[in-house]
Design a protein around this ligand. Structure first.
Ligand SMILES: Cc1cc2nc3c(=O)[nH]c(=O)nc-3n(C[C@H](O)[C@H](O)[C@H](O)COP(=O)(O)OP(=O)(O)OC[C@H]3O[C@@H](n4cnc5c(N)ncnc54)[C@H](O)[C@@H]3O)c2cc1C
Length: 312
């Protein structure tokens, strides 16, 4: 029997975990992602001026032996390192940025960036994926996009769209700001879910980062939802003074500031099982939203689907 032609939509942790596991079992999946860089929410922005920010996931923790082993291997090859942020449980970060870990996981896998899937439909030929440049046909498809983005691809009446209809992800507005080198650095990170800036981190304190003073601030789910449709400049105008006040810096000392809008950031209502599958058994949907708002949940979900495919 010929090896099935498998497409994995999404090059985040879920898609990469699935692709790695399938590749190790002798399959040759193709990962398609609309983004310019690998990693999805394992994201790092580098600016032409040399600033660098992890504007998605901040750090990774591991509780399962399998995920611990993966991170240990990443540490050995220099794609991850411990962040000395004072946390009791080790917080690992990708190096030289969070995306570095994704890049390492994507090694040896065919990943096509800038490949946005506009629609997905089943025909007698298999699963037809509509991209800007035309249609591509696969025997099996693994969808790892955030759950609310499944219905627009398959249609709201598709069984898989209905299966994930209750899943909810909170938005997160994120501020990236760089300051003069002599500005205060009163803490490494601060988590305060009751305030509009629920998380603040001195991003440049992570291992392997360039020297300048860079901070990342994440707005709370409520504040993000209330300001979600503001233009990026308006988000900066509101978040930057709040950040400066918290770290004791003047807005005038800002050297760079930008905002990122994550419409689907963290899982608020998960599916409660590792993946969902359509009745034909050839279309799987999964992601962190199946289990929990963590990179490890994405990895668990990705591996689970691969095992399901391998088992036939
Ligand atoms: C601001 C923020 C902070 C976070 N902090 C932490 C943290 O500190 N620790 C932690 O463990 N977790 C954290 N998380 C959660 C963590 O990032 C996610 O759980 C995990 O990265 C999800 O991986 P994924 O592969 O399931 O999804 P994603 O990383 O979202 O990957 C989905 C991919 O699908 C692609 N895609 C979507 N639609 C299409 C389409 N139509 N065609 C082609 N490609 C498409 C996207 O471009 C994306 O690359 C955070 C998330 C955010 C946003």
């Amino acid at each position: 029997m010929r090896t099935p032609h498998i497409a994995i939509i999404g090059s985040g942790m879920t898609g990469l975990a699935c692709a790695q596991c399938l590749t190790a079992a002798g399959f040759a999946p193709v990962v398609l992602d609309k983004g310019r860089g690998i990693g999805g929410r394992l994201a790092t922005r580098r600016t032409p001026e040399g600033w660098q920010f992890d504007h998605g996931a901040q750090f990774i923790t591991a509780s399962s032996p399998g995920f611990q082993a993966l991170l240990e291997q990443a540490e050995r090859v220099g794609a991850a390192a411990r962040w000395a942020d004072g946390a009791e449980r080790p917080h690992l970060v990708g190096t030289p940025g969070m995306r570095g870990l994704a890049a390492e996981l994507g090694r040896g896998i065919e990943v096509r960036q800038g490949a946005e899937i506009h629609a997905l439909r089943q025909s007698t030929r298999g699963w037809e994926l509509t991209l800007a440049e035309g249609t591509q046909v696969f025997d099996r498809v693994v969808l790892t996009v955030p759950a609310p983005q499944i219905a627009p691809l398959l249609g709201p009446e598709h069984p898989l769209s209905r299966a994930v209809a209750e899943v909810r992800l909170d938005p997160c507005l994120t501020l990236m700001a760089a300051f003069d080198p002599d500005t205060p650095r009163p803490f490494i990170s601060q988590s305060d879910p009751e305030t509009p800036l629920a998380w603040i981190a001195q991003d440049s304190s992570k291992p392997g980062r360039p020297a300048p003073v860079c901070w990342v601030a994440q707005a709370s789910p409520d504040w993000s939802a209330a300001h979600l449709d503001l233009a990026p400049e308006a988000i900066v105008a509101r978040m930057l003074p709040m950040l400066c006040e918290r770290i004791g810096t003047r807005v005038d000392d800002t050297r760079y500031a930008a905002a990122h809008r994550w419409r689907y950031a963290r899982v608020a209502v998960p599916l409660g099982r590792p993946f969902a599958r359509d009745p034909s058994g050839t279309l799987h949907a999964r992601g962190d939203w199946c289990l929990a708002a963590r990179v490890e949940a994405a990895w668990t979900s990705g591996e689970a689907i691969a095992r399901d495919i391998i088992a036939g």
